[in-house]
Design a protein around this ligand. Structure first.
Ligand code: CDP
Ligand code: CDP
Length: 228
């Protein structure tokens, strides 16, 4: 079957990366979690006290950032490395989530990340999830999905994940963070979160990961056949 590009965009915590990973594994494609790149950049800015309202500081900081996805055979997945340090787990903390949307709204930060994302998709056979993948990164992708789920369901799912790592976290904090990020992500000037015109909506409020995977896999097969 012809290799294609699959883009998965949508709101925070609506199952994008769960689906992207399943599809990539089934198809033997590369999986890229573009959000991890924005999270890693934010982590660098926080650790190095970069004033991201100052374009010169942003420019200088980006020159010192190297991002790489490195496959870890133990977790059986690619993990985000920032300047050769594995930051896959620390970038999921709420401290990073509180600031990532501000950082991701900066034009130069987006140009830095998008150039690398486009490079990764050169050979096709890639599933990438994020906010602007179908609209900006790969506007000509063969299959574009836009995922959504009810707010309360999304909050509950993310809360469960974070609570396992930190039992001090509250549902209200998680809810506020998702709402804030969705607001900033969809209202920013540069590459706001939008459904691409040709994207297919996948609402997984009442779907298990397995059910959403089956639906999406069918769509991938249809798109690959249409190309042949
Ligand atoms: O997993 P979750 O939905 O919580 O978020 P993520 O995919 O890890 O993305 C974290 C943040 O990075 C988002 O809230 C956006 O601010 C930003 N992001 C973006 O602007 N563009 C992308 N393509 C991916 C993420
Ligand atoms: O990547 P994104 O932030 O959109 O979401 P995710 O990290 O893939 O999913 C957030 C949580 O929802 C994970 O714990 C998934 O296991 C869970 N999930 C679910 O319960 N049912 C689905 N249909 C999809 C995801």
């Amino acid at each position: 079957m012809k290799k294609i590009i699959v883009t998965i965009d949508g709101w925070s915590s609506c199952g994008k990366s769960t689906l992207a990973k399943q599809l990539a594994q089934e198809l033997g494609y590369i999986y890229v979690d573009s959000g991890a790149m924005y999270r890693a950049i934010t982590l660098y800015f926080l650790r190095n006290h970069v004033d991201w309202t100052n374009p010169e500081e942003v420019h200088e900081a980006l020159e010192n950032i190297s991002l790489e996805f490195v496959f870890n055979p133990i977790s059986d997945r690619s993990e985000m490395h920032l300047n050769e340090e594995n930051v896959e787990y620390v970038i999921r903390d709420l401290v990073v989530a509180e600031k990532v949307s501000e950082v991701a709204a900066i034009k130069e930060v987006r140009e830095f990340a998008v150039a690398q994302q486009q490079q990764m998709g050169k050979g096709k056979g890639i599933v990438m999830d994020g906010r602007d993948i179908g609209t900006v990164v790969f506007p000509k992708a063969e299959l574009k999905l836009f995922m959504t789920a009810d707010n309360a369901v999304r909050v509950e799912r993310r809360f469960k994940e974070l609570f396992e790592k930190n039992p001090n976290i509250s549902l209200e904090e998680v809810k506020a963070n998702l709402e804030m990020r969705d607001y900033i992500d969809s209202n920013r000037e540069v590459s706001p979160l939008r459904k691409a015109e040709d994207a297919i909506i996948l609402d997984n409020t009442n779907l298990t990961p397995e059910e959403q995977f089956k639906k999406a896999l069918r769509l991938v097969h249809d798109s690959s056949k249409a190309m042949a």
